[in-house]
Design a protein. Structure first.
Length: 75
């Protein structure tokens, strides 16, 4: 399934879209952890698509920024 960009009021946002084989069905949005869109989130979308859903995982603006000092200290 493809990575894509979709338009928003603040500009294009990258994301990942998994589509069901039937080409139709309900849709859901999959939110990623703070470190961004990675293979685990793509696989979650793919599993939703296997069950008949469109699954979109947009990249959040927080994922494009470095972690705060508080978050870095948790690791």
């Amino acid at each position: 399934m493809p990575d894509l960009e979709f338009p928003t009021s603040t500009g294009a946002v990258p994301g990942y879209l998994a589509s069901p084989a039937a080409g139709h069905g309900p849709a859901t949005i999959v939110l990623q952890e703070w470190w961004g869109l990675e293979e685990h989130i793509r696989s979650v979308c793919d599993r939703f698509a296997a069950e008949g859903f469109f699954a979109l995982a947009p990249t959040s603006s927080a994922a494009t920024q470095p972690p705060s000092p508080a978050r870095r200290s948790r690791n």
